[in-house]
Design a protein. Sequence first.
Length: 210
Amino acid sequence: MIERVVPGKHGIAVEMQPGQQLRVTDLEGRQVVDMALFNLQNLREKLSTSYSRTRYLPKHVGDYIPRDRINVGDTLMSTLCRPMMTFIDETAPEKGVHDCHNRMCNRYLYEVQLGLGPQDGCHEIIAKAVSPYGLLPEDIPDTFDINMRYEHDCTRHRWVIGLPASRAGDYVEFRAEMPLLVALSVCPLESGDCNGGKSTPVRVEVFEPA
């Protein structure tokens, strides 16, 4: 239904209906993709990464386990605690290497904190992708960051960014559980380990399951 190669430092917004699947393929390896979700029928309802970690649908009532990773079989939840997407597949050799804690990169990070000069971050890229829907930059939720290695170092009391586990051709796949507006940003950071030092293209596909 949709197949698009999105260059590094660019974004895309796609619509999905329940049951349709989204596949994001890392074409060259080690590329992070930030993903924001909105209820297509009520854009004020959007992704909550904190609810996704803590208010997921339990396999058994009473099993409440706040988790630090989202893996295949888990649900991405909305700000109203409703399932938005189910994570159904990934092919990287190390599973669950995706960030659901950090706020996406933005111009403030690049210009003020890192001193890299003017540059759009994932926040600005996603905001541009969804602007035709009347959404503003302040409407963008915290994202689910595909392929981002973001781990807590308890001894140093800090978070550490590492190299992604994804190789060229690895993909992640999700199933829509409600009508969705999905916004994706191919992370533009080209310093440090986040994207292996270079922002590279990904393939985005939306299709009906076989």
